[in-house]
Design a protein around this ligand. Structure first.
Ligand code: AMP
Ligand code: ZN
Length: 140
């Protein structure tokens, strides 16, 4: 895709610090890391959303992500845990519209985290969970 920065990284028009590459995927350092060792894994095919990615590539995305996870953990990068994070859609925080999986090394008091909506601590009734489960279940 002509105007996609990740496609430009794949075809060499833009630089990256590569950590892994195979026929279908590229993994490289995030240019603005949350913590040191923050890696992005991208499919070489341009798809905006994971919804449009072939299931075999979805599987492989997690497999490649886990390779990087293991590599981070083996390295001396500060990391007591790793977040796998994928923003699917603008409302979910997606800024680059080429599917990418973030691998973010985590440690206590690193300052990163999610914020929760007001009312988060109140658990919904089982009935409500069942109703919502049904809405999803009927579309799986
Ligand atoms: P997201 O908000 O999930 O779409 O994340 C996009 C990520 O891409 C951000 O963490 C950016 O720092 C990262 N990013 C943007 N441009 C580049 C680039 N040229 N090289 C590496 N990472 C990039
Ligand atoms: Zn692209």
């Amino acid at each position: 895709m002509k105007d996609c920065i990740f496609c430009k990284i794949i075809n060499g028009e833009l630089p990256c610090s590569k950590v892994y590459e195979d026929d279908d995927f590229l993994a490289f350092m995030d240019i603005q890391p949350v913590n040191k060792g923050h890696v992005l894994v991208i499919p070489k095919i341009h798809k905006e959303s994971i919804v449009d990615l072939d299931d075999n590539l979805v599987k492989k995305l997690i497999i490649v992500g886990n390779k990087i996870n293991k590599a981070i953990r083996k390295s001396d990068i500060k990391s007591d845990g790793v977040n796998f994070f994928l923003a699917d859609g603008e409302a979910a925080g997606q800024e680059v519209f080429h599917v990418h999986l973030h691998l973010i090394p985590r440690f206590e008091k690193d300052g990163f985290g999610f914020t929760f909506p007001e009312g988060y601590v109140d658990k919904p009734e089982r009935d409500e969970l069942e109703q919502i489960a049904q809405k999803i279940k009927s579309n799986v």
